[in-house]
Design a protein around this ligand. Structure first.
Ligand code: UD1
Length: 418
């Protein structure tokens, strides 16, 4: 168990570099299951979730090494498709391995995935998609067994534009026979990144980044060793932007593609800050306290990301006026707001809409991180609060942010991990 101890009030100045996106790296690691050869992912972070995914890869017979941001994954000799129960249950992203394992072995033994408790998070759409491709599902006690004699492409309309389902079905369809058409696909940049990667091995995919993705199955992906840099982490970038907006100061976020953060930038643009956007950097200078936000509703990309919802709420707690934030993606993603209230925030929740009335200041106290992004919102609040904030259960934040306390310290924050 670790804690972050923050003495709030320091303005942030300087430059910080974003890591490669956790949500890009996790499906990329899964995709390696279908590849014979060594893949090197550069600028990668050994985040908590990444390390669990890699342990699953190892337990199936694959291999990996990590040094200085270079993650090498080699699944050439992968021999098993029986996922280990304890590790599989630890992270939601273990479900991303089902598509590639089915593509390679035609059968998988797995268990329901875990992850942040931000809603019911079923996997019905993943399973329905696999079934449409010719997979049969059986239950054996806690285990879920997926089997197929032959994977056949077909037309699949997703009932919701789910990121993980789109990624899983693309990966499964890449080695299915014939054409698969995914309708109502998600459009997140992490999906585009995955498709670019798969294409390097001869996968035939069109339409990524739009709602219709067409995959022409191939017999086998090409065997080769390659080096690939995943896209930068737009949620980490957004977290730094919302941090400095709370504390005041002037920072530059490097390795940041502003095109992936348009919804956030539009929301904060001209709100007591000056923003300069260049190819791979976002510069932001604060000039006072902003006014309340326009109505925010989280929704699939390119709309406002659910992963920045609680960080945005933390930012709104000290704006001038009342902001409303609606969560439409997950059904239980407001629980962290109670902890913000303990720091003096004035928040009321009605169904899936939170009303945040700006207060003059937050006051540091002992709080608990309940999920990854909720934990990040407590850091944002702690950095601008008066006095000391102690965030318990901080390891949940490390699942998605590498060295966040070190990066913020370099910007001038008084934050320590104990
Ligand atoms: C991914 C991200 C996560 C982000 C989320 C939404 C990764 C590793 N994680 O998660 O950080 O918060 O997208 O942007 O990329 N759903 C079903 N049935 C299913 C699958 C999903 O009902 O079979 C529902 C979910 O409960 C949720 C909604 O669909 O309400 C969206 O979830 P989804 O896009 O699938 O999220 P993930 O891919 O799990």
């Amino acid at each position: 168990m670790s804690k972050y101890v923050i003495s709030g009030g320091n303005k942030l100045y300087g430059s910080v570099k974003a890591q490669s996106a956790k949500n890009a790296l996790l499906p990329l690691i899964s995709a390696c299951i279908m590849i014979e050869g060594e893949v090197t992912f550069t600028n990668s972070s050994m985040l908590g979730d990444v390390s669990i995914m890699l342990s699953i890869i190892k337990s199936l017979g694959g291999n990996y090494t990590y040094s200085n941001g270079n993650l090498k994954v080699d699944c050439t000799n992968l021999y098993s498709s029986e996922m280990p129960c304890d590790l599989t249950r630890k992270i939601r992203a273990s479900v991303f391995m089902l598509g590639p394992l089915l593509a390679r072995f035609k059968n998988v033994v797995t268990y329901l995935p875990g992850g942040c408790q931000i809603g019911s998070r079923p996997i019905d759409m993943h399973l329905d998609g696999f079934k449409a491709l010719g997979v049969k599902e059986f239950n054996d006690g806690d285990a879920l067994i997926l089997k197929s004699k032959k994977l056949r492409g077909t037309k699949i309309k997703l009932k919701y534009a789910s990121v993980g389902v789109t990624e899983n079905l693309i990966m499964c369809a890449v080695l299915s026979e014939g054409e698969t058409v995914l309708l109502n696909s998600a459009k997140e940049p992490e999906i585009v990144c995955l498709v670019k990667f798969l294409r390097l091995f001869g996968a035939k995919i069109k339409g990524e980044g739009t709602s219709t993705i067409v995959i022409e199955g191939v017999k086998k992906l090409k065997s080769k060793n390659i080096t690939f840099m995943p896209i930068s982490d737009r949620i980490e970038v957004g977290t730094y932007i919302l941090s400095v907006l709370g504390t005041g100061g002037e920072i530059e976020v490097e390795n940041a593609n502003f095109l992936h953060n348009v919804a956030l930038i539009k929301k904060i643009y001209n709100n007591a800050c000056k923003i300069i956007l260049t190819n791979d950097k976002i510069y932001i200078k604060c000039v006072g306290i902003g006014k309340s936000l326009s109505y925010t509703r989280t929704a699939p990309y390119p709309k406002f990301p659910t992963d920045l919802q609680t960080p945005l709420c933390a930012y709104a707690t000290t704006l001038n006026g009342t902001s409303y934030v609606e969560e439409s993606v997950f059904d239980n993603r407001f629980m962290q707001l109670k902890e913000l209230e303990r720091m003096g925030a004035k928040i009321s929740v009605n169904g899936n809409v939170s009303k945040i009335e700006g207060v003059n200041e937050l006051v540091g106290t002992a709080v608990t991180a309940l999920d990854l992004r909720g934990g990040a919102s407590l850091i944002i609040a702690g950095l601008k609060a008066s006095g000391q904030t102690v965030i318990d259960n901080a390891q949940i934040i490390e699942r998605g942010y590498l060295d966040i306390e070190k990066k913020l310290s370099l910007l001038g924050a008084d934050i320590k991990k104990v």
